[in-house]
Design a protein around this ligand. Structure first.
Ligand SMILES: [Fe+2]
Ligand SMILES: [Fe+2]
Length: 569
């Protein structure tokens, strides 16, 4: 076999291995998701079958016709299968074509539990409606419009779902839930529409959730809409009903909406705690800068703290322009480098005038220390319960990028040793040892934090930053990340990258802008002024910046002259 044919054979076998690996991984995730869907769906179907069976078959028939236990078991199993199909088909199709984000096992358990609780609550209300003997006739007026049904806080479930998921998931969930509740109540299309429209508007008025009073406000609006809907319904369906009953039914519908808001408001923090979900209100709490982790970062690693604030501002503005979650991106940027708290002096932004700690270390050791800040950050984020979205972004903010400086240093060291010990065979420098472990950014927000982090750090190294140089550097950083494949797994498009670069340039140019040089004579006059001497040094921050920003020789000479005049040199 020739050399080229051997190479092509090895390439083909590598491709086969790769595709086999992909098939195994995708089938593993397929099985995991479907296993959970089957378990959750199975349990839920059993509950729903028990609840729905009397409604489907008829209470009277079940009680009086005396079905055999085998017949009852068959009916129960048929009910289970029916409910399972009713649940799984919409979720499966939705997962494939409608939902923006794949549902995890935890999500399925949460949504299943919510359907089960809502169904049990509805069944209890329905049972009370049928079996309470001392209920006044006025409250059990018609078969298709019962006052107990109007008070049911069905919209609360949709409002809770939209808080933790996207709008598509909440709409799909509402359709499934409202269908089952209508079957349980033995109601008709009017009641289905009453539940469904209230749920849809609850979603509309609550999303996005970043104010803890919003569920109450949404509940009041839903209540008013329900009152209006019931009024229309009564006019159309109960023309013979006395006008005196209208306020009672309308009030019941309004109460149902308000109850939905109150229930959603109370249950959202509980769900957030039990299922470890992150809401916008939680993100706003984390963004207040009063969090112990950020205070610790400010004390232990002030350079990193300052860098994180700038990255936060950069991603917030860029996220708004590309339709990403600006709040999540900003908060994640604040916390992305918290792992540096453990060894702050090994990172250049915290070294100031200290000696470089890496000078005495082997490049591989330096690289290990740098890589460890990601793992340490993830551990701290988990310890302080920052939430999974923040943990993910901390883990992904360097992707699998190369620590080029220490990799080059390692190559140079190896070359030096090889030349000094001629003939000695040295192991090659493994590039993978100088790469972050990843994973690569999986979301727009994670991709944004990665790009802003790289761009901000790179612009600090520009000796005399002008807008043109900053623009060149930002474009180079983004191109490098793109060419290195770091953005392959997030949803950032080329159009997004263009917008991101534009906003990064604006912010970084504003931060690194040059100030107009103060005339040296004016400075000298100002500093020799008696009032200035009275207040001590007398230099404000602007003058400091002006003195520090000019790195040209002329500036150095001028400042040197100034210092001499002041007797400080
Ligand atoms: Fe980092
Ligand atoms: Fe960073």
């Amino acid at each position: 076999m020739t050399k080229s044919s051997k190479e092509s054979a090895s390439v083909i076998s590598a491709k086969v291995d790769d595709s086999r690996q992909k098939i195994i991984l995708s089938s593993a995730s397929f099985l995991s998701f479907h296993r959970t869907l089957i378990i959750v769906g199975g349990v839920l179907s059993a509950i729903l079958s028990l609840i729905c069976l009397p409604s489907v078959v008829g209470h009277g028939r079940l009680l009086h016709e005396g079905f055999s236990s085998l017949r009852l078991l068959t009916m129960f199993l048929a009910g289970c299968v029916f409910c399972f199909v009713g649940l799984s088909v919409p979720f499966y199709v939705g997962q494939k074509h409608v939902l923006k984000k794949s549902l995890t096992d935890k999500d399925l358990v949460f949504l299943g539990s919510l359907i089960a609780i809502a169904s049990l609550l509805t069944y209890t209300m329905s049972w009370l409606q049928v079996h309470l003997t001392n209920v006044p006739d006025i409250l059990r007026l018609q078969q298709d419009l019962r006052i107990f049904v109007l008070i049911l806080p069905v919209a609360a479930a949709a409002m809770i779902v939209v808080t933790f998921f996207d709008v598509n998931t909440a709409l799909l969930f509402s359709i499934i839930l409202c269908t089952f509740l209508t079957v349980i109540l033995e109601s008709n299309l009017w009641i289905f529409l009453y539940f469904l429209l209230s749920s849809f508007l609850g979603i509309h008025w609550l999303y996005p959730y970043h104010d803890r009073f919003k569920p109450i406000r949404a509940g009041i609006f839903v209540g008013l809409f329900q009152g209006f809907l019931v009024g229309l319904f009564l006019v159309l369906r109960q023309p013979s009903m006395g006008w005196e009953l209208y306020p009672l039914y309308t009030l019941a519908a309004i109460m149902g909406g308000i109850l939905s808001g109150v229930l959603a408001s109370g249950l959202i923090p509980l769900v957030e705690y039990l299922f470890d979900y992150t809401t916008d209100t939680r993100l706003m709490e984390l963004a207040t800068m009063d969090h112990p982790l950020l205070r610790e970062l400010m004390l232990q690693a002030p350079g990193t703290y300052h860098h994180s604030i700038i990255v936060g501002n950069m991603v917030e503005i860029a996220a708004k322009s590309i339709g990403a979650n600006a709040l999540l991106a900003k908060v994640a940027a604040y916390y992305h480098d918290i792992g540096k708290i453990k060894k702050p002096l090994y990172f250049i932004e915290n070294q100031f005038d200290c000696e470089n700690r890496h000078a005495k270390l082997a490049p591989s050791m330096s690289s290990l220390i740098l890589i460890s800040h990601v793992k340490d950050g993830v551990e701290l984020a988990r310890k302080y319960k920052l939430g999974q979205p923040i943990v993910d972004i901390i883990q992904q903010h360097h992707g699998t990028s190369l620590i080029a400086y220490f990799y080059q240093k390692a190559l140079e060291c190896r070359e030096r040793v090889r030349q000094s010990k001629k003939g000695t065979e040295l192991p090659p420098v493994n590039e993978e040892d100088f790469r972050y472990p990843g994973p690569k950014p999986q979301t727009k927000e994670a991709g944004l934090v990665m790009l802003a982090d790289m761009a901000e750090a790179a612009c600090r190294s520009i000796p005399n930053p002008t807008p043109a140089r900053i623009q060149g550097m930002v474009n180079r950083v983004i191109n490098q990340a793109f060419a290195d494949g770091q953005l392959d797994e997030c949803e950032l498009t080329l159009k997004d990258l263009h917008k991101i670069a534009k906003h990064f340039n604006q912010i970084l140019s504003t931060i690194h802008h040059k100030r107009i040089e103060y005339p040296s004579t004016a400075t000298a006059k100002f500093e020799s002024h008696p009032k200035c001497k009275e207040t001590g040094n007398g230099r404000d921050t602007d003058q400091k910046s002006a003195a520090q920003s000019g790195k040209s020789e002329a500036n150095k000479a001028n400042s040197g002259t100034d210092l001499k005049r002041l007797g400080l040199q």
